[in-house]
Design a protein around this ligand. Structure first.
Ligand code: BJ8
Length: 422
């Protein structure tokens, strides 16, 4: 990695502690990613982004701030990036996926909170992630209880705006979310000093839709019998989508898809014939959480789809691009975002419909329902999900895990046994 020490010091980071993360990450990435055979050449871009994860993109964000621009940090796929980009600001994902940050979170949070929340709070309070330092404002949401309370703790340290997400999907809830987006627009306008006009919002809707289209194209390629790319690689791309420059990400992902189109035409597969096709569903896998994909793909399986926020929930369905007034655009945004099926909603049967639809589209042999420890929403919903899958005749394995490696061997045994019986 290039030398970014000065930048990190200027950000007020704990550079010594951060050095420890810089030491382990390349090793982990090498073991999980670079050991794969026959990776697409276009993965070089994403390898580079990860190798320089705390350098290149943070430097771009700081450059943007030097020109007077603002950076908003987000934690959930319900928060509409379109509003942020329409105000000439940048939105960047802030979810933490490493055990490295968890002890920092545990200093202020109870142990029985999900690792995603603990890692995110720890990354901020321990000052060991540049993205968490750079963001001028955090945007929270009222999804799960742990997050709702975590915003209050984070707000002691950084400006936080919380969006009130409805928990049901009636027409009045879609209206309420549109009102919430309108309020968010005002907050963003006041904070940036830039007006969100219909023209600008229209452009940012197309910008983010283009990213969705590129991801949908990539995922479509995984529907092929012969898989031109591993699940691990697609997971990495999904994770990078949350903080990379959207236009560049779209361009690079379409470039990768061109290469994968050629692989499909040539009948190239990165897996041996007969490798079982596995879909994952459940809680998000924030970077650098590659644990389950790695276990599946080194145990005789291939991950072909993720019904997750780091997966289909992030890109499926587009925002209507034909609206011409800000009010209509906001209504279109609300309709698109309220179509995401997170377990924080009740009822959430549309998620089960999605899982069964995706299982058919991606021709999966089995599904692994992955739950991050202490996420009661997805844990409880797992009952209905697994019951529906059994009724549909789709084999399912439910697992619960967190960011530590100590359960890897036990999980490998269970995952291998599951794949073997498919
Ligand atoms: S839309 S999944 S990104 S809320 S895993 S922090 S729910 S206790 S992340 Fe999520 Fe938005 Fe839903 Fe997606 Fe809480 Fe569960 Fe932890 Fe979670």
């Amino acid at each position: 990695m290039a030398d970014y020490r000065k930048m990190w010091e200027d950000l007020g980071m704990d550079v010594e502690t951060h050095d420890q993360l810089c030491e382990v990450l390349p090793q982990a990435f090498g073991d999980v990613y670079l050991s794969q055979e026959n990776r697409p050449e276009s993965m070089d871009y994403y390898n580079f982004v990860v190798a320089e994860i705390h350098g290149v993109r943070p430097a771009e964000l700081i450059e943007h701030q030097k020109k007077g621009g603002k950076v908003f940090g987000t934690f959930c796929v319900y928060v509409p990036d379109e509003i942020v980009f329409a105000a000439d600001a940048i939105a960047t994902g802030l979810c933490g996926g490493s055990q490295f940050w968890v002890p920092g979170g545990e200093k202020v949070l109870p142990t029985n909170v999900c690792p995603l929340i603990k890692a995110s709070v720890g990354a901020r309070l321990d000052r060991t992630c540049p993205f968490f330092r750079i963001a001028d404002m955090y945007v929270g949401e009222t999804t799960c209880d742990g997050k709702k309370k975590a915003w209050e703790i984070l707000a002691e340290d950084v400006p936080v705006h919380v969006m009130n997400l409805p928990q049901m999907k009636r027409a009045k809830d879609v209206t309420a979310w549109a009102e919430e987006i309108t309020d968010f627009k005002k907050v963003v306008e006041d904070f940036t000093g830039n007006e969100v006009t219909a023209e600008k919002l229209g452009a940012s809707i197309r910008l983010i839709n283009d990213k969705r289209r590129a991801l949908a194209r990539l995922y479509d390629l995984r529907k092929n019998e012969k898989l031109p790319i591993s699940g691990k690689d697609v997971l990495l791309i999904s994770q990078i989508a949350f903080y990379d420059d959207p236009a560049r990400f779209t361009q690079m992902t379409n470039k990768l898809c061109d290469e994968l189109d050629q692989r499909v035409a040539d009948g190239v597969s990165v897996f041996a014939e007969g490798t079982k096709r596995i879909m994952l569903t459940g809680t998000p896998l924030a970077i650098p959480n590659w644990k389950i994909h790695n276990l599946v793909e080194t145990s005789g399986g291939a991950v072909v789809c993720e019904e997750m926020c780091t997966g289909t929930r992030y890109f499926e369905r587009l925002v209507d691009e034909t609206k011409t007034t800000v009010d209509e655009q906001i209504q279109a945004l609300s309709e698109r975002y309220m179509g995401i099926n997170c377990a924080c909603f009740t009822p959430n049967t549309a998620r089960i419909d999605d899982i069964i639809r995706l299982a058919k589209e991606y021709k999966v042999d089995g599904i692994i329902d992955v739950n991050l420890k202490f996420c009661s929403l997805y844990d409880v919903e797992g009952y209905s999900v697994e019951k529906a899958l059994q009724e549909a005749g789709i084999p399912v394995l439910g697992i619960e895990t967190d960011y530590v490696d100590s359960d890897a061997q036990q999980l490998r045994t269970r995952i291998s046994a599951f794949i073997e019986m498919l």
